[in-house]
Design a protein around this ligand. Sequence first.
Ligand code: MN
Ligand code: ZN
Length: 566
Amino acid sequence: MQTSEDCNKHRRKIDRKSCKYKNILLKETGIKHAEEPTKHLMICNAGLVSGISECEVVELFSEYGSIDLTTMLFVPQVQNNSVTSLPEGLYILNDFVTEDEEELLHKCIDWSKSTSNIDKLILKHRNVKHYGYEFNYENNNVDKNSPLEESIPHKCLMLFDRLKEKGFYNIVPWIPDQLTVNEYQPGQGIPSHVDTHSPFESPIISLSLGSDVIMDFKHRDGRKVPVLLPRRSLLIMDGESRYDWSHGITPRKLDVVQSLEYGLISKERSVRTSFTFRKIHHGACHCKYPFHCDSQQTSAVISNNDASQLEAVHVHQVYEEISSHFSETRHKPWPNVANFVSSLPSGAILVDVGCGNGKYFGANRHIFEVGCDRSIHLSQECHSRGNEVFTCDCLQLPLQSCCADGVISIAVIHHLATYERRLFALKEMVRVLQIGGRGLVYVWAKDQQKGNNMSSYLKQDRKNRRKDDINNQSRSNNERTGENSDSVEVTSDISLPVHKNRTQFQHQDLLVPWKLKTNKDIIFYRYYHVFKEGELEKIFLSITDAKITKSYYDQGNWCVLFEKIK
Ligand code: MN
Ligand code: ZN
């Protein structure tokens, strides 16, 4: 049954769309839309990309009356941002195999012997088959100790003799030991990703059979290069193109390609089979491209100016927007934090810096608590539960020095984007404590698993995984090919990697997506600086009036207990 709310939503969607197209019409042609019906009609999204010709438009609409004139209009978006030269290190070898060889290679894949349960789940979407080695779900990597029974079909190896003959021995000095065969139906694609660096040598080699396709290469500096992979061509991704560019295939049934005779034309895809060959690499990656490198996850260099801008948009603003949904998910206190609060003596004053909805209020009925949070909505929520709370930034607590007996700050300072700001926030907490007062700080750990101590964040993933395998094709695809997510531009000169939810962290400065329960299409990106072991303790070395009394790991968090000493 359609409710009136559904109707309204639908109405708003149509309004937004018509507004967008009116703007396109005005911008591209100077024609203003009319409020009253006229004999002119604009048809949007008919053209190259959707593969609809002028003839078809005329045919479709002649049913409704005679047509005076049709004009095809091009919105100059097609080539926007695109550059023509290939990314460095990328080679396309056309007609690498003959049509006979194409058939032969097709035949040597026995899909009936498709392997694991996980593969069967994926089969619903796309045929995938591995040879040589299987990818490991736990660490998004290849398990080098358990080779598969089936090794790479012998017939494939002639491709590597041919590479040698063609003078590519310098670039491909090895024989592959891992092969992934993918069968893409028209309309299927693969999300943009970088093949994880350390598990594989360079280059990554992929043979396209059955259909041409456009593969989109993207650099985080904004460069985009659509690369045509013709049927029977070999793609070699080496150097920058392998380590520093992401690649993906947009799911659609047609590609717009440049033809010699006709200029831009649209071309239908058919079933495409790709053979991706990789060579297992042992040890760390020593490439020159640390940004996507799983072996060289350095933290981002962020200036103080950029930091406050980043926090404003990707912390403060996001928490305002997601506050009610966020609050619903935050009700269970961490036992060790609750124990700390309970340990404060009767009559003590406790400050909760970044109290959120106030889940640590009430853990000890014999103390006086005051909370603060940067989010107006969250502090209101906390206040509505009858708590004492004010809205402020943790870099500037509106409290007198030496007024508190205890301070807690749970999952707050990992949202600060520079070392200086994290130091400053801790100094503020120490400042409000009186001598002998105690504090507890929790921050997200980069390492989400220490021995048996796994974060609830990762545990959640195991529960959801089976569901996800069925529901979420792109996620499964990502995991199976050992891929990293893309990045998002956060200021004019900084892009940060986007974390794949509920997996181990690859970077220290990153964006964690948040999807609203009510509208899963809108993704919010929260900024985090996740801490390495010992990093939180190191900050305290610069705080002379406090000493660490204990530090520990608690389900994905690094935690420090401290005391003000002078
Ligand atoms: Mn790939
Ligand atoms: Zn690397």
